[in-house]
Design a protein around this ligand. Sequence first.
Ligand SMILES: NC(=O)c1ccc[n+]([C@@H]2O[C@H](COP(=O)([O-])OP(=O)(O)OC[C@H]3O[C@@H](n4cnc5c(N)ncnc54)[C@H](OP(=O)(O)O)[C@@H]3O)[C@@H](O)[C@H]2O)c1
Length: 287
Amino acid sequence: MIIVTGASGQLGHAVVLELLKLVPASEIGVSVRDPGKASDLAGKGVRVRQGDFADPASLQRAFEGADQVLVVSSNARAYGGDPLAQHTSAIEATRTVGATRIVYTSQIAASPTSAFAPAVDHAATEELLRQSGLAWTSLRNGFYASSGLMAMGNSLETGLLEAPADGKVAWAAHADLAEAAAILLADPGRYEGPTPPLTGSQALDLADLAAIATELGRPVRRSVFPDEELGARLEARGMPASAARFMLGNSIASRGGEFGPVDPTLEQLIGHPPTTMRDLIAARLGR
Ligand SMILES: NC(=O)c1ccc[n+]([C@@H]2O[C@H](COP(=O)([O-])OP(=O)(O)OC[C@H]3O[C@@H](n4cnc5c(N)ncnc54)[C@H](OP(=O)(O)O)[C@@H]3O)[C@@H](O)[C@H]2O)c1
């Protein structure tokens, strides 16, 4: 059985829908904090069990019978939690139920020296996987294209995209990453350890995204403000100082090229061109 965590979230849910095209529903289970959020999957014949990364006993129940577990990385850091403790519990539960492989959603910039805090956590989790004794695959997912749209803020309405200096990012869409994850779960062992970067086919910075919107008929001007202004600007929008540190880490990593490498592996795996930022911006504009 293949168990997918985070199946109430965007990526995990999309992975399960893709898996359903590849393996019988009776071979798929999900581990979710709130089973009510996965009732649509239960309706398709997927086994739904309650599992919380913060409650190791619940994970063992939810992972029972697993041959493989897809651990969708925790977003606990954003809420002051400890993603490494949570990932440790998930790895431990995978071992306890006797699964043979763990697949983990890492990120393109995973490195102990990244300027982007989640990328440091991903590298530390990969180290935990290395030491786990389990067979493991780490999906080095490109930066979410949805984050690129979020980084554009309300510029599609205002015509002004203001942010600290950034760099090129090889944006990758949830749909394509989910398809690739499902393919690798249905045909395990194609990658031992980290995959190559799973990215879209173009690396684009915010100026490029503004230019695409402009070409699509919604003029957007990119304007850079100094890093030092970010805290005050976010505070004015009611956001805490920790959000500024997080976002600045993102900008520094991006201009250091950490999210930039374009790699053909995602396209080769899914067998079609990855979704482009132009597609997504056009959809946002209703074009
Ligand atoms: N590659 C990238 O650029 C990028 C960007 C942003 C984030 N990420 C990472 O990718 C992950 C998945 O992305 P996404 O878009 O699917 O995020 P999402 O829609 O926010 O989904 C997060 C999932 O994690 C679950 N979760 C949270 N805390 C949990 C806990 N204590 N125990 C068990 N499950 C828990 C959530 O469950 P509930 O429904 O119960 O909340 C939800 O199912 C994120 O969590 C983050 O680590 C990657």
